[in-house]
Every structure is written in structure tokens, then in C-alpha cells.
Design a binder for this molecule. Structure first.
Ligand SMILES: Nc1ncnc2c1ncn2[C@@H]1O[C@H](COP(=O)(O)OP(=O)(O)O)[C@@H](O)[C@H]1O
Ligand SMILES: [Mg+2]
Length: 313
């Protein structure tokens, strides 16, 4: 028989199954009012029937197929989808680093045609200049793209560095920083150019779990203090729910919009909400969309490499 502690553990791990979850659509009056306010804000980014195909020796491959969505000013939009569904392609199109095959991308009602300072980008890999200090890395874009004087660039850069909590590290070089700190510098550098939207392509996926959780919390704090709209790409469902106002779910091969889901979890967000009914309901829904039940692991052949008699579950 199980000792009492064991029974307690079972009850704890099985609790989410036992709870009657609300629908992922169910919103408290406060959450519904927040979405109402969000819809009333101007549309900053509009993606209209975007198609992107790549030519390969095997023929034409459609990476994105008639993708359409709108993002409102100061919205936090997360984009999720299986690996290879076209998330990075979408980010590169929004950044103007790839050409559209057809369709249109409008930023502040003007078509995007190539890269521009109105879009900042933070990627998974660290893109800082290794020969420049933190301060110089953040100043670099200011002097180059906004053409401000060195004195102005320095004082603005210092403000952004303070915002990401790295003032005491301003004179260090990238190799002297942890992965999380490097990404904070990358965020400061992107924001210093005063973009209208910040594109983030899996920016925390190379970080360990604890640093990643910290970075998510930093990013939410930064977003609350700056007039910025964020398009954040991830394949991590918890990360998407924790951060987003709405989650754009992409289907794979070809990449198509499956759903644009409003996250009913109240703001401000905190890690304690990971176990809240609204969070779990949102997670279940996204799991059903992204990982339908046909688990490949279930089809593995049974090969026994153990001589121990009792079966494990
Ligand atoms: N430059 C390219 N040339 C050819 N195929 C590409 C190119 N970039 C991406 N692809 C293909 O487009 C699809 C989507 O890729 P990507 O946007 O990187 O997906 P994700 O970021 O969702 O993993 C993949 O099948 C990928 O192989
Ligand atoms: Mg990608």
C-alpha cells in the first residue's frame, strides 16, 4: 500500500485532470474589458494574404500560404507552430529581409519594402558585436541609423541599458556576459532605435530554464514601460501563454493561420498563474491544435533491453 505521502503526491499530480476547467474562451470582465481596449487601439501591423514560396531542386515549396492577421498598437502577439511551419520566414518577411511571393505587409498603413529602423529584431543567436562593449553595442545603431551625435547616443544608450538592468555591466564585452545578459543587451539595442514593432524569433530558446523564466519576466516589465508592439515567435506553449495578449497559431506545411487566440489569463502575469485554470485551459487548447494526439512515440516498436521482471508504466 502507498504511504500517505505517496497518496498526497498522486493527488497533486492528478489535480489538473480532476479540475473542471473553464473554456479557454471564457474571460473575466476585466480580461474582456482589456481586449475591448486593445481592439480599440489603432492597427499597427497588417499582414494581408501573404504567400512565400521557395524554389528548390525538388520544385516549389510553399512556406507560408495566404497568411493574414492584424496587430494593434502595444499588443503582445506570440506566434507558435511546429518546427518548419514558417515562423522564422514570417519574422524575416516582417523585418523586410525576404521578399514576399504575393500579398502585402503594412506597417502603420505603409507597405514594408525592405529593412527599416521602424522594426527591431532579436534572434535566438547572440548578434552583438564581440569587439564592442555593452554601451558601444547599444550606441552603434543610434549613431548609424538615427544619425544622432555621439553625446546623445551615449546618454540614450545609458537609459536603455538601465531599463534592462545592466548599468553596472555597460563597460563589459559580450564574452564577459551570460546568455541572458547578452539577450538583454540585444533587446536594449533593438529598442534604442525606437522601432514601431519589435520582432523576436525564439530569443530565449538557447537559455536554461531558470534564465529563460527571468527573461520572460524582464520582457513583460520592459514592454509595460515602453510604447512598443511585440511579435514574439516561440515553439513553447507556456511561454506564449505567459507573454501574449493573443497567440497566432500556424499550421505546418504549408504554413497557414490556424487560429488567433485571445489569452484569457489576467494581467499583470506572474509565474504563479502557470497553474491557474485559465492558463491550463489555454494550454490544453493550444496542445490540441499543435500536438494532436497521434504521438509518434506510441508507434515505436517494443524492443526489450531489460531483464528486470516487473514492468514500468
Ligand atoms: N531560404 C530558404 N530556402 C529554401 N527553403 C527555406 C528557406 N528558408 C526556409 N525554408 C523552408 O521553409 C520552411 C519554413 O522554415 P522556417 O520559417 O525556418 O520554419 P520555423 O521557423 O517555423 O521552424 C521550412 O520547410 C524550411 O526548410
Ligand atoms: Mg525558426
Amino acid at each position: 500500500m502507498c504511504p500517505p505521502d505517496c497518496a498526497h503526491m498522486t493527488a497533486m499530480t492528478e489535480a489538473p485532470e480532476a479540475i473542471a476547467l473553464p473554456s479557454y474562451r471564457e474571460q473575466s470582465p476585466q480580461v474582456a474589458a482589456r481586449f475591448q481596449r486593445l481592439r480599440e487601439r489603432p492597427v499597427i501591423l497588417e499582414v494581408r494574404d501573404v504567400v512565400k514560396h521557395f524554389d528548390s531542386p525538388q520544385g516549389q515549396m510553399v512556406a507560408l500560404d495566404r497568411v493574414s492577421f492584424k496587430t494593434h498598437r502595444r499588443e503582445f502577439l506570440c506566434v507558435i507552430g511546429a518546427s518548419g511551419c514558417g515562423k522564422s520566414t514570417l519574422a524575416r518577411l516582417l523585418a523586410g529581409l525576404e521578399e514576399l511571393s504575393s500579398g502585402e505587409i503594412l506597417l502603420d498603413a505603409r507597405p514594408v519594402a525592405g529593412p527599416g529602423p521602424d522594426r527591431g529584431m532579436v534572434c535566438q543567436t547572440y548578434t552583438l558585436f564581440p569587439w564592442l562593449t555593452v554601451l558601444r553595442n547599444v550606441m552603434f545603431g543610434l549613431e548609424l541609423s538615427r544619425g544622432v551625435s555621439a553625446i546623445t547616443a551615449k546618454s540614450e544608450a545609458q537609459e536603455w541599458i538601465e531599463l534592462v538592468g545592466l548599468t553596472e555591466f555597460a563597460d563589459l564585452y559580450p564574452h564577459q556576459l551570460s546568455g541572458g545578459m547578452k539577450q538583454r543587451v540585444a533587446i536594449a539595442r533593438a529598442l534604442a532605435n525606437r522601432p514601431r514593432i519589435l520582432l523576436m524569433d525564439e530569443p530565449f530558446s538557447a537559455l536554461d530554464a531558470q534564465t529563460r523564466a527571468q527573461m520572460q519576466s524582464y520582457l513583460l516589465q520592459i514592454w509595460r514601460q515602453v510604447d512598443i508592439t511585440i511579435v514574439f515567435i516561440t515553439h513553447d506553449l507556456d511561454e506564449a501563454i505567459y507573454l501574449a495578449d493573443r497567440v497566432l497559431v500556424l499550421d505546418a506545411k504549408p504554413g497557414r493561420v490556424r487560429e488567433l487566440m485571445e489569452v484569457a489569463v489576467p494581467r499583470p502575469r506572474s509565474p504563479g498563474q502557470f497553474l491557474s485554470p485559465s492558463f491550463i485551459a489555454a494550454r490544453r487548447h493550444l496542445e490540441e491544435l499543435i500536438h494532436p494526439l497521434s504521438e509518434t512515440a506510441e508507434h515505436l516498436p517494443m524492443v526489450r533491453l531489460t531483464k528486470v521482471g516487473d514492468d514500468v508504466e
